[in-house]
Design a protein around this ligand. Structure first.
Ligand code: S3P
Length: 173
């Protein structure tokens, strides 16, 4: 079984994914880390030097490699991964996969992302908290179409990491 975590930047995919993998004794893969490892560069640098389109093609390639691997694993996707090309369908079409959407509100995402937006190329140009909130509101509205196709949806706003992991474990049964 492979469990794919989806959701907007800042929704907790990486931290929850790592803990969920530990609980299940599954391998853990962070798609962004994998991309950085293979490229020998930070995501920011890939966007800057090669552009987003190159990043999205490479992201898709890594996703396809992961789907070919038969290990039990938890995978944290990038915030944009399920929203480009047929990525979501590729994941859904494989048997023994589960998709989980970590659903966080615009307010919570804004609070979490504002202090660290500099590391995230999609939002680093937004100067004020208000501009960031406005951007996330629109962007999340577009992306929620994809995230909401996940088989399991967990509303994470008021929850600790451990609570989110337990909720996912409960819903996986
Ligand atoms: C992106 C999200 C990032 C990373 C890249 C693009 C996006 O992943 O893949 O910066 O388009 O939402 P996280 O959601 O893990 O931060």
């Amino acid at each position: 079984m492979k469990i794919f975590l989806t959701g907007y930047m800042g929704s907790g995919k990486s931290v929850v994914g790592r803990e969920l993998a530990k609980s299940l004794k599954y391998k853990y893969v962070d798609l962004d880390d994998q991309i950085e490892l293979m490229q020998g560069k930070k995501i920011n640098a890939i966007f800057e030097e090669r552009g987003e389109l190159y990043f999205r093609k490479f992201e898709k390639q890594i996703l396809e490699d992961i789907l070919e691997d038969s290990s039990k694993m938890v995978i944290s996707l990038g915030g944009g991964t399920p929203c480009y090309g047929n990525n979501f369908d590729l994941v859904a079409a494989k048997k023994d996969t589960k998709t989980v959407y970590l659903n966080a509100s615009v307010q919570v995402l804004t609070e979490r992302l504002f202090p660290e937006k500099i590391h995230r190329p999609v939002i680093s140009h937004l100067e004020t908290r208000e501009a960031l909130e406005e951007f996330i509101r629109k962007h999340l509205f577009e992306r929620a179409f994809y995230y909401n196709q996940s088989q399991i949806v967990v509303k994470v706003d008021e929850m600790t990491v451990a609570e989110v992991v337990n909720k996912i474990l409960e819903k996986l049964q």
